[in-house]
Design a protein around this ligand. Structure first.
Ligand SMILES: Cc1cc2nc3c(=O)[nH]c(=O)nc-3n(C[C@H](O)[C@H](O)[C@H](O)COP(=O)(O)O)c2cc1C
Length: 170
């Protein structure tokens, strides 16, 4: 076996280990307890990147004014343990635990935790996000679909870091 073959085999083994099913996905909505500052975002992001990596938890966090949405994916114990910490954080109040479900695969495989605002997002996408968010908050929609996740991924990819323009956003 060449070195390249060994490397490929190791990589494949790692991928299989990482993705042995099922995956647990938790989605919640919350509201900031007070206007979140750049220091809050900085603190949340720096803690999340290391802590989520250690727990093998991926996900996304979107903050748009009073609307906060987070999806966490990983092993159930790791996700629940992290959620307990997040839930107790006085910087926000959980308004709805939308869903906590097992799935066959991770949807947010490449995501690390990044706090994003909606600046830089088209008004159409922004409005779509508000509509989906409000439907989830009111219970009119009770589960997270792949379409929702695609929309949230778009927002996460196109949104700018809120502290890029050094203003508080809530
Ligand atoms: C909206 C929001 C999202 C957060 N997301 C995460 C996260 O994904 N991972 C994380 O480690 N901490 C996150 N935090 C921070 C945690 O609530 C908590 O401060 C952090 O886990 C440090 O806890 P510890 O000092 O007890 O270890 C978030 C906080 C808020 C307000």
């Amino acid at each position: 076996m060449s070195e390249l073959d060994v490397a490929r085999a190791l990589l494949w083994e790692t991928i299989l280990q990482r993705e042995d099913c099922p995956i647990f996905r938790l989605t919640y909505l919350s509201q900031p307890a007070r206007p979140l500052t750049d220091a809050d975002f900085d603190d949340i992001e720096s803690k999340s990147i290391a802590a989520n990596h250690d727990r093998d938890v991926t996900g996304l966090l979107i903050v748009k004014d009073q609307r906060i949405l987070q999806i966490l994916e990983g092993r159930e114990a790791a996700v629940r343990d992290l959620y307990a910490k997040i839930e107790a954080d006085p910087r926000h109040h959980i308004t709805r635990l939308v869903s906590a479900v097992e799935d066959d695969e991770r949807c947010l495989l490449t995501w690390s935790m990044v706090v994003r605002s909606m600046k830089g997002i088209s008004s159409e996408i922004s409005q779509q996000f508000d509509e989906v968010y409000d439907a989830l908050l009111s219970g009119q929609e009770s589960s997270i679909t792949l379409d929702h996740i695609d929309l949230f991924k778009t927002v996460s990819l196109l949104g700018q870091l809120p502290f890029a323009d050094a203003s508080s956003i809530a």
